[in-house]
Design a protein around this ligand. Structure first.
Ligand code: KG4
Ligand code: ZN
Length: 334
């Protein structure tokens, strides 16, 4: 089954062709980062306009690269939520137009489930149940993935997401947007014991996390150092911050996986590229005897291939949208 998928939830316009949910036929990503950089973050209005400008050519290119014709497709998949509403609507309406012209069915796909599905494209034998963790700019969520479509949220950040926290700390250190990946590189060169930042504590039965206290304490320290004219060694602050940020998440992942007794742990989302997170989880997988799945960085960041993969499994479970599709989709069971 060949699916054309479109993703436009934030600052990447992407289209891809995916076969049977497991094989990436083509993928095109057009990043808007240069347009948002000068503002230090994503500007929703600019994001929507840029999606409008390129969505058609990005999709045409994905079809061309797949060496197929629209007639060869079996369905269209699109991210419907969560994300910037204006941006999501560009993808949704574009796909509705394609559906009217081609008579192909529309499959609505949740962005977080799509991030997890990136792993199905890499690890061909991976199947639920497993613990699924999405670490991105907007989310830090731990799921018990019971089937390809049935997810139960077992832990979530109560405030900031991990990627967002990295971006904000990067900004105060003068690292340009989106600073997460660059801060990670600075951290590789620093001494992680130079500063002691508070380890966030959320004491409840869930596996919830918090990042805002950690973020504030790093920002306060840097601002104080600036006021006192002290030399700020980015590398040491980055390394000391990253150590705590990653520890915070890894501890919750291990607790959740032990409690739910799941053998497979699947990580996804932009911040899953984090070098320390990957190393620590690898270590823990050996100590705690679980199997770890993380895609390469090109499939961690927003893309449409992951939407095509999840779209396949949604289609198989009977999820289809009509032309009333909005950024909220209610699954109707017969
Ligand atoms: O999944 P994604 O592309 O978009 C969202 O759905 O949010 O994630 C982007 C986020 C940004 O906040 C970016 O700074 C962060 O992922 N990120 C990282 C790293 N690479 C990207 N955060 C920490 N360490 C990294 N190496
Ligand atoms: Zn994302």
């Amino acid at each position: 089954m060949l699916i054309l998928a479109v993703e436009s939830s934030c600052d990447e316009t992407a289209a891809a062709v995916v076969k049977d949910g497991r094989y990436l036929v083509s993928s095109v990503i057009s990043s808007q980062i240069p347009y948002h950089k000068i503002y230090g973050g994503v500007v929703p209005e600019i994001a929507s306009r840029k999606h409008v400008e390129v969505i058609s050519s990005v999709t045409k290119l994905a079809i061309k690269k797949a060496k197929i014709d629209i007639k060869d497709l079996n369905a269209l998949a699109v991210t419907y939520s969560p994300g910037l509403v204006g941006s999501l609507l560009i993808g949704i309406n574009f796909i509705k137009g394609m559906s009217i012209a081609s008579k192909l069915p529309i499959i609505p796909v949740n962005h977080l489930k799509a991030h997890i599905a990136a792993n199905y494209l890499v690890f061909k034998n991976l199947k639920p149940p497993f613990l699924g963790v999405v670490v991105s700019g907007g989310h830090t969520s731990i799921f018990h993935v019971k089937s390809y479509t049935d997810y139960s949220l077992v832990g979530n950040t109560l405030d900031d997401a991990m990627g967002e926290t990295f971006d904000k700390v990067a900004r105060v250190l003068g690292i340009s947007y989106p600073g997460g990946a660059n801060l990670d590189k600075f951290a590789e060169l620093g001494n992680d014991s130079t500063y002691k930042f508070p380890v966030p504590k959320v004491e409840d039965e869930s596996f919830n996390l918090s990042y805002s206290g950690l973020k504030t304490s790093v920002i306060n320290l840097v601002n104080k150092m600036k006021m006192k004219g002290k030399i700020i060694k980015k590398e040491d602050i980055a390394a000391s911050f990253r150590k705590v940020a990653v520890k915070n998440l890894v501890e919750k992942i291990i607790k959740a996986r032990n409690k739910l007794n799941l053998h497979n742990v699947v990580i996804a989302g932009g911040a899953a590229s984090n070098l320390l997170l990957r190393r620590e989880l690898k270590k823990e997988s050996l100590v705690n005897n679980f199997k770890l799945y993380i895609p390469n960085p090109n499939l961690c960041t927003d893309n449409a291939a992951m939407v095509g993969s999840q779209g396949y499994f949604e289609f198989k479970s009977g999820t289809i949208a009509d032309l009333k599709l909005n950024t909220e989709f209610i699954v109707k069971h017969n």
